[in-house]
Design a protein around this ligand. Sequence first.
Ligand SMILES: Nc1ncnc2c1ncn2[C@@H]1O[C@H](COP(=O)(O)OP(=O)(O)OP(=O)(O)O)[C@@H](O)[C@H]1O
Length: 271
Amino acid sequence: MNAIDSYITPDGRTIGAPVMEMKNITLRFGGVVAIKDISFDIREGEIRAIIGPNGAGKSSMLNVMNGFYHPQEGEVHFRGEKRGPMRPHQIAHQGIARTFQNIALFKGMSTLDNIMTGRLTHMKTGMFSQIKWWGAAQREEVENRELVEKIIDFLEIQTIRKTPVGRLPYGLQKRVELGRALAAEPKLLLLDEPMAGMNVEEKEDMSRFILDVNDEFGTTIALIEHDMGVVMDIADRVVVMDYGKKIGDGTPEEVRTNQDVIDAYLGVAHD
Ligand SMILES: Nc1ncnc2c1ncn2[C@@H]1O[C@H](COP(=O)(O)OP(=O)(O)OP(=O)(O)O)[C@@H](O)[C@H]1O
């Protein structure tokens, strides 16, 4: 697959060149090696899953992808450029949006206002220019609002637009969080265990929205998940981690039949 620039999926989507390349990544916390020499890429337009049992290193990997952790060894290339250690504002402006395992929304604010906060990194007009260039600021506000309204329609959350998110059921809060990440118009969307803590119906809804986001907005998505089953239906390709190592990488079918993966999920002892 690496030899070609793009390919068409069975359902007709075009998967392009790599957006992110992880090259021989090793991450240590003191004596603990959380990630051991792992390489993989994420291609434009695809849904890429990273799965693995407890403690496999998935969260650590997500934080390396996001730029929050800088690995001791290896290189991260994002949109064709090698990435160095970053400051928080650089992390926020690089074009990667994420959701969190423990929802990180402003609980007292409405759905609409929470999703608007996703636009903050795109705001060009600061406070002083807003006073000086009132027209430009107003135009920006209208454009931001249009996109946010489109996202609200798309995620079917019109009826809760004014509701403080703290009052919403868990599954809907997760959907608002997805909306906020989408409002940032990311080049890469990272989802941290998007189905964790959900009931079957909420998982089905979330799966459908992830597929639709990818299809309609063309968003490249990488998600980490503990539960193997839920990602098999939606991912184009899957990386499997266990004890910080990559033990599988391929289509859901390839991964499902990989003996090392089966052993890891059954808890077979390692050397
Ligand atoms: N900040 C940290 N300091 C020290 N050790 C850490 C830190 N973060 C993770 N680790 C260790 O790194 C290893 C991988 O942890 P990580 O949280 O990345 O795995 P995970 O696959 O996300 O697990 P889970 O599914 O339980 O969330 C574990 O041994 C963990 O204890």
